[in-house]
Ligand binder design. Sequence first.
Ligand code: ZN
Length: 531
Amino acid sequence: MDDLLIRGGRVLDGTGSPGREADVAITGAHITEVAPGSTRKARREIDARGLVVAPGLIDIHTHSDFTLPLNPRAESKIRQGVTTEVVGNCGFSVAPALPGTSGMLKEYLSGSAPWLPMKDTSFAEYVDTYPETSVNVVHQVGHNTLRLMTVGMERRAATAEEIQAMAGLLEEALAAGALGLSSGLFTAPGANALPEEIHALARVLGKHGARYSTHIRDEGNRVFEAVREAIDVARQTGVHVQIAHLKLSGMDNWGGAQKLLAEIDAARREGVPVDCDQYPYDTGTNPLRNLLPPWVQEGGIGAMLERLKEQSVRARLRADIDKGGLNNFGRIPSWDAVRLAISASQPEINGRTIGDVARERRLDAFDQVCDCILSDKGHTRILITSMAEDDVRAITKTPWILVGSDGNSLATEGITSQGMPHPRFYGTHARVLGACVRDLRLFSLEQAVHKMTGGSATALGWTDRGWLKPGCFADVAVFDPDRIGDVSTYEKPHQYATGVSTVIVNGEVVIDGGEHTGLLPGRVIRRPTMH
Ligand SMILES: [Zn+2]
């Protein structure tokens, strides 16, 4: 007797091929049969007539390591059908924190993980003691974190000994089951790394069959060079490279999506192992300080705050920004394109734009930027509208582009319900299955599901998740194809997606009749270690 039988739904198996009516049988944590008109008996049947039955969605690029310990139910994600989150992205991981360094790491990550307690920990201890969660979790170790542990916030190339030390910490993380290394070369201290440093670490990854993901060095005015740098890692070392949240940021780069996509496609056709993911929004989010040239952060937060008080430094920053646009984001029409998401010291300005606040206070907008950073001690988080909708759509609709929310698991109640987060934290996957399929008609529902299941699983090197077929883990999402959609907006972000009725993780029902059961059956998925 099976444990569960999902009856009569339209099964999209994750391959992208046309759906068909079938029953899905589950025993324990695995799928045992996918067949029409099953005669199997199960302890529980779920009626899926009129609904779509798909593999649980994989969110291939997230920062939920900053919130899952606070919100283990992973509400904003699992209510979209997401059953697996890949964390530790953009070079940021909360482990390893060598003895005596967790305070520094917490300060460094405060603009992204304001509420998360941190402690000194090895990567192995971090993974071994990871809390139980509703979703599966895949850990990566962050290059920024490794560099903080070895070089600190010094603005220089790493020495051979320091690269050796980073490689040692990377080996420890890989032995503990990390998927691989992530980098965030757009900001300090990762921005100080030369390509050779990344290649040296990638060769360590190659030895262990591990992977590399990257928030590239520049998503604005140098996006083409930065994409080439990422492709080059794959070309030179043979290691699989995942380019995160592909975009062209800044007015001077708008309209370049087709050319950028063609370049990546050409490399893929040559057999270079490169994949990309994207969130389908024209707005990004980051700590406000990361919009400034990386040199301002040299020496850490304290040194940056001292610098920002000086008019001469502000003048140099203004000149840099006038010339080259914002770091990573390029030129924006005005500071009205930047909206405050989380300002701990002045919560009353959350949700308003920098331009708006500056006008009210009769301040120059850039002085307002500096004042926000100073009063929040560097922790201010913002939303920045810096992409062209046509580029966003061109990237979204490309069949080989995968889907990553770049967002955290949040909930509409409790500690993670604070501030004005990016709506992608609540809506990315539902938007791809809803608006992108039904309203924008960018692709079929089968293709949309494939991007977030079989397509992502292939990029991760998996064969046992991402498809609905016997032997695979029973991660399943059941949703109404006419109703699934994102609800979260910039003005009112804390709203769950609609249309998902059942979500099963490792054979256990976490969303039942649209409600969370409170179960935490997610697993830490470790990379198989090679011998
Ligand atoms: Zn990123």
